[in-house]
Design a protein around this ligand. Structure first.
Ligand SMILES: Cc1ncc(COP(=O)(O)O)c(C=O)c1O
Ligand SMILES: Nc1c(O)cccc1C(=O)C[C@H](N)C(=O)O
Length: 373
C-alpha cells in the first residue's frame, strides 16, 4: 500500500519483531530523544548548572507550547506545556466556572475517568451540579456554565465534531473545554478558528513525549485576562523573581503555570516534537484512516468479535473490538509480540500511530488475532 510516511519510521527506535499498537497510550521514542536527554543532563545541567534557567529552561513551557500549538491550529502565545492533563483540566474547569451565575457542568457520558473525577470535584468545590450527557444529545441550556468533551473517546475511538459541539455550547452562552489526549498529533485541529474556549491534552501518546511527559493547556488570547486558575503558584506570577507576597498573574498564557517545570521531561518532549518537522498532518490523518480501515477489514467478522469504533470518518486512530475474553486475548497477543491493550470490561484496543506503524504490522496483528480466535 502506498505510504507517504514510510520514511518517518526510521526516525523511531523500534524493535521490528514487535508489532506495537499501543501508541495511543504511550508513543514510541524518536531516536533523537536519547541523545538529547544525554546532552541535557551532561552538558546543560552538568556544565551550566543553575545558569540553565536563563539559557532556555525557563521559557521551555511556552516555547514547546508554541510548537504543539502548530499542530492544534493555535497561534503562538496560547499553549503552555505543564503538569498533567488531569491537573490542567482542574485549572481549566475551575477558571471556566469562576464567577458564573450558571448552575451546571456537563461532561460527556463516556469520558475518560480522570476527567469525570476532576469535573465532579470542581462541581463539589463550586456548588454547581454535574450532569453527564451523551454527546449526541447534550441538551445544553442557559443554565449550563461549561461542557467538557473528549475529542476522541478513549474506549471506542469515536471522534466528536468539534465545530458543531463548540457552536452548540456557544449558542446557549456556555463555554467548552476539549480534552485532546487522543487527537493531538492525529488529525488537523483548528482551535483558534473554531473559537474553542479552553483545551487540554497529554503529550505521551501520539506526540511521543515519553512516559509521564508534561501535558498542555490552551488558553486563547481573548480569554487570557479572564483565565483565573486556582493553582496560583509562583511561576504563574507576572514577575516570579520579584518574590512578591501578593499574587499577580502573568497577563498571558504563562498564568497557567504553577510550579517549577520538569525540564528533563520537557526537553525530551521538545526533541520528540522534531519529527513533526518532517510530516504534514493531512498525510498523518490520511494514513491513520487507511491503516485503521485496513485492520478493520481484516478483523470484521472474526468469531466473537464486534468492532465498536465507527466505520465512517468520525473516528480517531484506534480500532476497538469487543470480545468476552478481551483481557486474555490481549495477554496472548502480547506473548506473540503484538501489543495492544485491554479496557474493562471487554474491549481490546489497537492504536495506530501513522508516523511509525505500517500496513504490514496491521496485517500481522489481525492474522495473529485470527489464529488465537
Ligand atoms: C482522554 C484522557 N484524558 C485524561 C487522561 C489523563 O491524563 P494524565 O495522566 O496526564 O492526567 C488520559 C490518559 O491517561 C486520557 O486518555
Ligand atoms: N497514562 C497512562 C499510564 O501512566 C499508564 C498506562 C496507561 C496510561 C494511559 O495513558 C491510559 C490512556 N489514557 C487510555 O486511553 O486508556
Amino acid at each position: 500500500m502506498n505510504d507517504p510516511l514510510a520514511h518517518v519510521r526510521d526516525l523511531f527506535d523500534l524493535d521490528d519483531d514487535v508489532v506495537y499498537l499501543d501508541g495511543n497510550s504511550l508513543g514510541a521514542p524518536p531516536r533523537v530523544v536519547a541523545e538529547r536527554v544525554r546532552e541535557v543532563v551532561r552538558e546543560q545541567w552538568g556544565r551550566r548548572l543553575i545558569r540553565g534557567w536563563s539559557e532556555g529552561w525557563w521559557e521551555a513551557p511556552e516555547r514547546i507550547g508554541n510548537r504543539i500549538g502548530r499542530l492544534l491550529g493555535a497561534a503562538p502565545g496560547q499553549v503552555l506545556v505543564a503538569d498533567s492533563t488531569s491537573v490542567n483540566l482542574f485549572k481549566a474547569l475551575m477558571a471556566a466556572v469562576r464567577n458564573t451565575d450558571r448552575a451546571e457542568i456537563v461532561v460527556d457520558a463516556g469520558t475518560f475517568p480522570s476527567d469525570g473525577y476532576v469535573a465532579r470535584s470542581v462541581a463539589e468545590l463550586t456548588g454547581l451540579a454535574l450532569r453527564p450527557a451523551p454527546p449526541e444529545d447534550l441538551d445544553l441550556r442557559d443554565t449550563t456554565a461549561v461542557v467538557l468533551l473528549n475529542h476522541v473517546d478513549y474506549r471506542t475511538g469515536r471522534l466528536l465534531d468539534m465545530a458543531e459541539l463548540t457552536a452548540q455550547a456557544h449558542a446557549v452562552g456556555a463555554k467548552v473545554v476539549w480534552d485532546l489526549c487522543h487527537s493531538a498529533g492525529v488529525l488537523p485541529i483548528e482551535l483558534d478558528a473554531l473559537g474553542v474556549d479552553l483545551a487540554v491534552g497529554c503529550t505521551y501518546k501520539f506526540l511521543n513525549g515519553g512516559p509521564g511527559s508534561p501535558a498542555f493547556i490552551y488558553v486563547p488570547r481573548h480569554g487570557q485576562a479572564a483565565f483565573e486558575q486556582p493553582l496560583t503558584g509562583w511561576t504563574g506570577h507576572e514577575v516570579p523573581f520579584a518574590m512578591d507576597p501578593e499574587y499577580r498573574p502573568d497577563p498571558g498564557v504563562s498564568r497557567a503555570r504553577v510550579g517549577t517545570p520538569d525540564i528533563i521531561s520537557m526537553l525530551a518532549l521538545e526533541a520528540a516534537l522534531e519529527v513533526w518537522d518532517h510530516v504534514d498532518l493531512r498525510d498523518v490523518r490520511a494514513k491513520g484512516l487507511a491503516l485503521t480501515a485496513h485492520f478493520r477489514s481484516l478483523v470484521e467478522g472474526l468469531p466473537g468479535i464486534e468492532v465498536i469504533t465507527p466505520a465512517d470518518e468520525w473516528r480517531g486512530h484506534q480500532v476497538s473490538l469487543r470480545h468476552p475474553d478481551a483481557d486474555r486475548l490481549v495477554e496472548r497477543l502480547a506473548e506473540r509480540q503484538v501489543i495492544g491493550d485491554h479496557r474493562p470490561p471487554d474491549v481490546l484496543r489497537f492504536g495506530f500511530a501513522p508516523l511509525y506503524n505500517t500496513f504490514d504490522e496491521a496485517t500481522r496483528a489481525a492474522t495473529t488475532l485470527k489464529e488465537l480466535l
